[in-house]
Design a binder for this molecule. Structure first.
Ligand code: AGP
Length: 618
């Protein structure tokens, strides 16, 4: 997820663009850039690795004149975070400059075609391919820039929000979107473009929300009755609807949610769609993970897979253990990185070590894979930050592509990690022939349904916030689950602990009889993750054992489960799905329960006490 901003009007563009980038930094911050057309008609592009402040320092000695410009703060998806890959990108002739938020899935095919035409590239990004395609189209089809943008976007598969400048037309700003957001701000003789309204709100409350596959041309010249025109990429004219902004700046950064954590919980249908984009192909019943494809033999010859992670990422690793052993039949060990790095583990050259880390900077996990690498193991990382330390040390990996996770409590990164690891398990199993085709196809098709099924679970938010009011008194919670949902119980407990400061423990449900059942009382709520799959009947027995001792049970159940509804005190329903995918649904109510209890208790949900988003020290 990147941030784009554009300006054309009566004022100097640079200050407005830089301030806009600061407003958008929560969307991504590994590099930034700005393009300006000055009074002499020169198109100046300045870029810097790091935060927007790095770009400002770089621009302090540059020609930043001009009343039209575009700017970008990046969250890398294709290509390491560096100056070359930062946006804006010039076209070959340096007549055009483009910024882009999104992922162009077919960029490789488009790039190959342009290279055959003699085009060269300065970056590894999909975005540079797009600006070259626009220029190539304009030259070879003898059309204006708007038409070239329309024709080029007709060839694009994927998601985009773009803005493009042409130094030969310094009075025109063109933008378009599909799958990534784009807002136009209408000021007094000035116009704004941005990924969301945060860079715009201080200048105007009049906005146009651009819809998918629409192209907007802003051409505010004297005598032009329509300075803002909108068409589709197929050149069908649209009538833009001007709306009034009603959200404050702070609310806007959180997408209208009170906290980043809640925003990120509700983002999960989209972030999982982004995470599976270009990988899960439901129409072809296929999964393509480039990190696996390029290293098949290492996985197929692995005698053992070691998973190393911390916290929530470790819980994702536990779920992966169930999936990899079930579908790929390779023994898996899941290690806390902090223990693994110091306990003098036995590591062999034919081991595959999977590191899971949202930040890619967790010190213990980084040290764990450096140890494993020194012993010849193959390192594969599941990470959310392109170019972070852990992916850089790894031999290969899979990025989760969920955009910056701002809330300290991990939510959207966790479901993306589980999804990536499930895809990996399925790919290995299919290559090894240890998963039958029907099962593989069924799970792939279900993966395609997961975003909409999460959407349905999010519909339970109001009921869950009501439960939170009932249970916020509790000093202790127990979370129970079995099989794939045992790690979900651990994750639910961790979510509650870290943001509401209520003590909570997760256990395999069957473990109750080995001690914890002595704790059961009316004062200690028990959350049981009980989807109708796997050892469901045994979980039902566990619930009955708790009820027999006057325990209070909140159960997460499969839609239509009348049996548990009769014995549990409260039920939250999730849609049915493949057993290995149930964690993607059952974790959602637990994320929401922890969130709402923390809010009722007045806790600092996004920045809980004593915690940091990334534990970069031991
Ligand atoms: C999860 O909600 C916590 N914030 C924490 O446990 C986190 O998962 C852990 O520190 C690992 O972080 P990483 O995924 O960035 O390596």
């Amino acid at each position: 997820m990147c941030g784009i901003v554009g300006y054309i009007g009566k004022r100097k563009a640079y200050p407005i663009l830089i301030k806009g980038l600061h407003r958008l930094e929560y969307r991504g911050y590994d590099s930034a850039g700005v393009a300006l057309i000055n009074e002499q008609g020169q198109l100046n592009v300045y870029k810097a690795k790091g935060k927007v402040s790095e770009l400002e320092a770089f621009c302090s000695t540059k020609d930043i004149d001009g009343t039209i410009g575009i700017a970008h703060t990046r969250w890398a998806t294709h290509g390491e975070p560096n100056t070359a890959n930062a946006h804006p990108h010039y076209s070959e002739s340096e007549r055009l400059a483009i910024i882009h938020n999104g992922i162009i899935e077919n960029y490789a095919v488009l790039k190959a075609g342009l290279m055959e035409q003699g085009y060269t590239f300065k970056s590894d990004t999909d975005t540079e391919v797009l600006v070259q395609l626009v220029e190539y189209t304009q030259i070879n089809r003898h059309v204006d820039l708007k038409t070239a943008v329309q024709l080029a976007l007709q060839q694009v598969v994927g998601a985009y929000a773009i803005a493009i400048l042409d130094k030969t037309h310094p009075d025109t700003l063109i933008a378009a979107r599909k799958g990534s957001p784009l807002v136009v701000g209408i000021g007094e003789e000035e116009y704004f473009l941005a990924s969301d309204a945060t860079p715009i709100v201080e200048y105007t409350d009049q906005v146009i929300y651009i819809e998918d596959e629409e192209v907007v041309v802003i051409h505010p010249v004297t005598g032009n009755p329509s300075p803002v025109t909108v068409t589709t990429i197929n050149n069908v004219t649209k009538t833009p609807e001007i709306k009034r902004l009603e959200l404050s700046l702070s609310q806007l950064e959180k997408g209208g949610y009170p906290h980043f954590m809640l925003k990120e919980i509700f983002e999960q249908p989209r972030t999982l769609t982004d995470s599976m984009r270009g990988r899960v192909n439901v129409r072809q019943d296929n999964i393509a993970l480039s990190g696996f494809i390029d290293n098949k033999d290492r996985f197929l010859n692995a005698k053992r897979i070691i998973i190393t992670a911390c916290g929530t990422s470790w819980h994702a690793g536990l779920i992966a253990m169930y999936a990899i052993e079930e579908f790929a039949q390779i023994p898996v060990e899941v290690e806390y990185s902090s223990e693994f790095r110091y306990r003098k583990p036995v590591i062999n050259k034919d081991d595959v070590v999977i590191a899971i880390s949202q930040s890619g900077e967790t010190a213990d996990t980084l040290a764990a894979i450096q140890l494993a690498k020194s012993k010849g193991a193959f390192i594969f990382s599941i990470c959310n930050v392109v170019g972070a330390s852990i992916p850089r040390v790894s031999d290969s990996g899979c990025y989760t592509h969920v955009g910056p996770e701002i809330g300290v409590a991990s939510t959207k990164a966790f479901t993306a990690q589980v999804t990536a690891l499930t895809m990996l398990a399925l790919c290995i199993g299919r290559e090894k022939g240890t998963i039958d085709k029907e099962k593989f196809v069924s799970i792939v098709r279900e993966l395609g349904q997961i975003p909409s099924k999460i959407e349905r679970v999010l519909g339970e938010d109001k009921r869950i916030s009501d439960f939170a009011k009932i249970f916020s008194y509790a000093q202790n919670f127990i979370y129970l689950g079995r099989g794939y949902n045992f790690p979900v119980a651990l994750e639910g407990a961790l979510k509650l602990k870290e943001i509401s400061y209520i003590h909570a423990e997760g256990y395999p449900a069957a473990e109750m009889k080995h001690g914890p059942i002595a704790l059961i009382s009316q004062e200690m709520p028990v959350v049981v993750v009980a989807p109708r799959c796997g050892t469901y009947e045994k979980v039902v027995s566990n619930i009955q054992e708790i009820k027999a001792r006057k325990g209070r049970v909140i159960a997460v159940v499969t839609e239509g489960d009348e049996l548990v509804r009769k014995i549990a005190d409260y039920c939250i329903e999730v849609p049915a799905t493949e057993e290995c995918l149930t964690p993607l649904l059952t974790v959602i109510p637990l994320q929401l329960l922890a969130y709402h209890i923390a809010v009722v208790k007045g806790c600092d949900v996004d920045q809980p006490r004593n915690l940091a988003k990334s534990v970069t020290v031991e």
